[in-house]
Design a protein around this ligand. Structure first.
Ligand code: SF4
Length: 374
């Protein structure tokens, strides 16, 4: 088994760009933790099916929970499965939630990797995105985490932000590198329906950055992180040698995982399952023994599209033999698309794998769309 993902659906305020499922405030926290522990027991068989290698607390904002809450959740996990030998145990934290005693406690209860949601080291941009923290809090959060003994720290950054200059972006990257973290994730801002930013975009309050700027910002990022010794192992993820996110790498390799908590996704063989994105319903349905998830069986086309999407986003690429094991019609379609994209110098083959050409990385999503079968 790839691992366990646990979704903590609370935030103290909503960031302008975010469409992850979360509620502002902690009013249902107690009932949520009880329901989550019940879900762990309900899904005992799934959790025991394969050895668990990684556990990832994401959200929402896991760092708004109390240490006692984590202890309860971890105790429930230990009741049903073996998590004594985890390769990676990650928690996402927000810079303004953490202090040294809290970090010491996280370490004590077993977390060995922190993913810090920094997004930018520029106060104007942080406030534009409605983040709660300042640039100096972000800086202190990393320093404190190191002091607490964390040796595997990832920080998140966002680019493609309206009105962010190239100089501002460079400064954020340089700051991130100067902090000597082991991993950086950098995502291009997207405007998702339902978010405050999407609304503002539709009202013409601001505009998306032009492709030229996106490419410039991505190129600056790649140049800086690779110069600093980071491996661009996935289109948005960069690590020092040996510090790939094991949890995410196994998603990309198509291993199975169990997602717990509202809106969390699970995957095994050809089944994709997702918990309802409604905290009250999630709590009540678990309490009443009613179904709290939906699921679908992936078609051949879904499986093919997923392999393409996950594979081509990584430096390692997609395994051609694996794609050739699909039915005849799919293989024919894939071969045609592969030949066309090789001719266009978008992709190349190496050791049986199909990879995106270095100078076309910024176009990865477009290249993937071209490979998709609908
Ligand atoms: S980005 Fe993180 S902190 Fe902000 S609303 Fe989304 S989940 Fe909450």
């Amino acid at each position: 088994m790839a691992g366990i993902y646990i979704h903590i659906p609370f935030c103290m305020q909503k960031c302008g760009y975010c469409d992850f499922y979360s509620l502002v405030g902690l009013s249902d926290k107690k009932e949520f933790v009880v329901a989550l522990c019940d879900e762990i027991r309900i899904r005992k068989e799934e959790l025991q099916r394969e050895p668990i290698q990684t556990v990832y607390f994401g959200g929402g904002t896991p760092s708004v929970l109390h240490i006692k809450d984590f202890e309860n959740i971890i105790a429930s996990l230990k009741e049903v499965c073996d998590i004594a030998e985890l390769l990676e145990f990650t928690i996402e934290v927000n810079p303004d939630d953490i202090n040294l005693p809290f970090l010491d406690d996280l370490k004590r209860i077993g977390f060995n990797r922190l993913s810090i949601g920094i997004q930018s080291f520029n106060d104007r941009i942080l406030s534009f995105m409605n983040r709660r923290h300042s640039s100096s809090e972000a800086f202190n959060a990393v320093e404190m985490s190191k002091k607490a003994g964390f040796e595997n720290i990832s920080i998140d950054l966002i680019y493609g932000i309206p009105d962010m200059t190239l100089a501002e972006w460079k400064k954020s990257i340089d700051k991130a590198i100067s902090l000597k973290v082991q991993h950086i994730s950098a995502y291009h801002l997207t405007f998702e329906p339902g978010t405050a930013f999407y609304k503002k975009l539709k009202q013409n309050i601001f505009r998306e950055v032009e492709d030229k700027q996106s490419i410039e910002q991505y190129n600056v990022l790649i140049k800086a992180v690779t110069k600093a010794g980071f491996d661009d192992y996935e289109i948005s993820n960069f690590c020092l040698p040996g510090y790939q996110s094991k949890h995410n790498a196994s998603y990309w390799s198509g291993y199975s995982y169990v997602g717990l908590g509202p809106s969390a996704h699970s995957f095994a063989a050809r089944t994709r399952r997702w918990n309802i994105s409604d905290l009250k319903k999630y709590i009540n349905n678990i309490k009443r023994g009613e179904v709290f998830y939906e699921q679908e069986i992936l078609s051949d086309i879904d499986v093919y599209n997923e392999k393409i999407m996950l594979g081509l986003r990584t430096k390692n690429g997609a395994e051609i033999r694996d794609l050739h094991s699909m039915d005849k019609k799919m293989v024919q379609l894939f071969n045609e698309k592969m030949q066309k994209n090789i001719m266009l110098k978008n992709v190349f083959t190496q050791n049986g794998r199909l990879k995106v050409c270095k100078d076309k990385k910024i176009l990865t999503d477009q290249i993937i769309s071209d490979f998709f079968v609908v």
